[in-house]
Ligand binder design. Structure first.
Ligand SMILES: [Zn+2]
Length: 299
């Protein structure tokens, strides 16, 4: 059994970001549930959250002192929520998930965490020029105090954005915690993944939860049920294409020029690939998750 340090970012005296969601409120729910589920699997989980620091610097220093007071830690888990999307109305596109690390030594577990969260909520995986190869959703950041000063391996998780209505609509702190624990321990949390069963109230994206897996045939045309990211390959580990990389016809069906094909676009299926229980369909512009997490996005 392993030992983990877990904390929620910020505190009420020096609050984090807020928008549609409030960062401190949500990160506390996630860290409490992560601790609960790790302990349920027999692991040791320390709560290194700081509610006393009255400045941002003190808050960070207090967290690091608590983390570093424990020996033999497998991983320091810092839970935050991201900000900066400024999308309180909802544009049909999620801000998505990123996991920040200090060095590539931590990239594998960081990638697993990013993937599990993104899969749980159909969030986009966020990458930039620091993202290690094959690790969409992971970024290397040298400037974050906690990552820099903790002695064990550390990850700082930004599961989604507080100021993105599309993220908030499907967000659930408990399911996020289960996804994190699954990724870290490789074991599903007792009670199983909550992706099965009924999906949340179903506002917004018109996806259909089906009991039977849809069938796609090369040469047939299908309709997108939602705005869809187009990827360079059949999997969320492949990068999302830009508007300019879509075919001329594809670009016409990307009105907001964000690289996503608009809901209602008709596509011709050129290739089908299964990955686990998910099904990817290739259209002339690229790969689309046609059936993902038991939801049908293309039919
Ligand atoms: Zn934060």
């Amino acid at each position: 059994m392993a030992k983990y340090n877990v904390h929620g970012g910020h505190n009420r005296k020096v609050p984090g970001a807020s928008g549609v969601l409030d960062e401190v409120t949500e990160d506390r729910k996630v860290k409490n549930a992560v601790i609960k589920y790790l302990k349920a699997q027999g692991h040791t989980a320390y709560d290194c959250t700081d509610d006393a620091g009255t400045t941002q610097g003190k808050n960070l220093a207090n967290i690091v002192v608590k983390c570093n007071s424990h020996d033999g830690i497998e991983l320091d888990i810092s839970v935050h929520l991201n900000a900066g999307r400024d999308d309180d109305e909802g544009d049909g596109k999620t801000g998505g998930t990123e996991v920040l690390i200090y060095s590539t030594a931590v990239k594998d577990v960081a990638k697993d965490i990013a993937d599990e969260i993104a899969k749980e909520f159909d969030y986009a995986l966020r990458s930039d020029e620091t993202t290690p190869k094959g690790c969409a959703g992971v970024k290397i950041v040298k400037s974050l105090y906690v990552l820099k000063h903790t002695k064990a391996k550390a990850v700082l998780i930004e599961p989604c954005f507080v100021d993105d209505k599309d993220d908030a609509k499907v967000w659930n702190a408990d399911r996020c915690a289960k996804a994190i624990v699954r990724a870290i321990t490789g074991k599903a949390v007792a009670g199983g993944s909550s992706t099965s069963g009924s999906s949340s109230s179903g506002s917004g994206n018109k996806t259909t939860t089906t009991s039977s897996t849809p069938f796609y045939k090369v040469g047939n045309t299908y309709t997108l049920q939602s705005n869809m990211v187009v990827r360079t390959g059949a999997g969320t580990n492949y990068r999302a294409k830009k508007h300019s990389e879509l075919t001329a016809d594809g670009q016409k069906h990307d009105k907001d020029k964000n690289g996503c094909l608009d809901k209602g676009t008709r596509i011709t299926c050129q290739q089908v690939k299964k990955s686990g229980s998910n099904i990817w369909v290739k259209c002339p512009s690229g790969w689309i998750a046609a059936y993902y997490n038991k939801k049908t996005y293309v039919k």
